[in-house]
Design a protein. Structure first.
Length: 373
């Protein structure tokens, strides 16, 4: 089926955002009826739109069927100079600028996405293929299975960089059988040893911030632990762009009262050993950011903190604990499910031969590295 065939079923309208107040009402309607991720909710998108500098011109993309809007997203137009040429781009729920894409959106999607997910994305890519004045479509942080669709009829060039991601898909198993049910024998032994060592300093405890003020205080401590940990390893940290902290402070202010933000402090006696900054939506917990106190090589504050957080969330009825993108031993030890997050670029074939050979994969990799930290 060609792009026009899809557009007969689903068509797309791109329009300026007249006001955030009117957009908020429409977006929240989808938040209430669809199961898209936290990263596509108004809490995330609305905060992002409010905080973008004035020189960005985000546009509202509406997916419509039979004159009814069935899904929405944001496209940000951008021009990138490549050599002597200029490439016109659309960025999906992102800007294309590392300074502002440092938020590292994952599970990037349309608000309203539910049934017919493949059909929606195929129709969207078919629509893009007909844009005569746009050369590239950049989609960061989407689930691989949603964007990796067949495109032979559209004649688009496709570059996808996949990143492994991990999650616990059945938290109820922890409530029934304990955290040990997820772990190998060696991992169980290491976790128990770390818990015993910490318990010598005082009882292990997990506290959840109940007010915006306490959540922001936890966030300050998380920042300190996080920066020290990453600098100790000689790697760039998430807070190196000021926009990251400004955005998340505002996100916490708006999301915590609605129960969408979870800020956790894990302590051994009076000593804080870790902080977790999670998102919650539709019985899913997204383990977004963390900061741990590494005082001795044999202690494992990350393992202990996440183990207590998973147990706590299982007891309150959450179903999924998503570690999000990135591969490390901790995620592999706990996870029972593996999937891929994609940073994708779709490009028109009409570009000149010079631009067709431009290393677009390198540009995607560089932007993602700049954003994730």
């Amino acid at each position: 089926m060609n792009g026009a065939g899809y557009e007969e079923k689903i068509r797309f309208v791109l329009e300026p955002i007249a006001s955030l107040a009117s957009l908020e009402a429409e977006w929240k309607r989808f938040d209430g009826i669809a199961d898209h991720s936290f990263f596509s909710t108004w809490t995330w998108i609305g905060t992002w739109l409010r905080m973008l500098p004035w020189d960005f011109t985000p546009q509202l993309l509406k997916a419509q069927r039979d004159d009814a809007t069935i899904a929405v997203a944001v496209l940000v137009p951008r021009r990138e100079k490549l050599g002597v040429s200029v490439v016109h781009q659309f960025h999906f729920n992102s800007t294309g600028e590392p300074e502002y894409d440092c938020l590292t959106t994952e599970h990037n999607d349309f608000a309203g996405a539910r049934e017919g997910q493949v059909e929606l994305w195929q129709a969207f890519l078919g629509w893009f293929a007909t844009r005569s004045r746009v050369d590239e479509l950049i989609i960061p942080g989407a689930e691989q299975q949603k964007v990796s669709v067949a495109l032979p009829a559209y004649k688009l060039l496709k570059t996808i960089r996949n990143v492994p991601a991990f999650r616990v898909s059945n938290l109820s198993s922890i409530a029934d059988a304990g955290i040990d049910s997820l772990l190998s024998r060696n991992s169980r032994q290491r976790l128990r040893r770390s818990m015993r060592d910490y318990a010598e300093q005082g009882p292990l405890r997990i506290d959840e911030a109940s007010t915006v003020e306490s959540a922001l205080s936890y966030f300050d401590e998380l920042k300190s632990f996080h920066i020290h940990s990453w600098e100790r390893r000689g790697k760039p940290h998430a807070f190196r762009y000021p926009f990251f902290e400004r955005f998340h402070r505002e996100l916490i202010r708006g999301g915590l009262p609605k129960g969408e933000i979870q800020m956790l402090k894990i302590s051994a006696g009076e000593r804080a050993i870790g902080y977790l900054y999670n998102f919650r939506r539709s019985k899913k917990v997204y383990a977004y950011q963390s900061g741990f106190e590494f005082s001795a090589p044999h202690l494992r504050p990350g393992y202990v903190s996440h183990a207590l957080a998973m147990r706590s969330n299982a007891e309150r009825g959450e179903q999924i604990y998503d570690f999000l993108g990135g591969d490390n031993p901790l995620k592999r030890s706990f996870a029972d499910n593996y999937y891929l997050i994609s940073w994708s670029a779709f490009r028109q074939r009409r570009l000149s031969s010079e631009l067709l050979t431009w290393p677009i994969a390198s540009r995607i990799k560089a932007r993602r590295a700049g954003a994730m930290g």
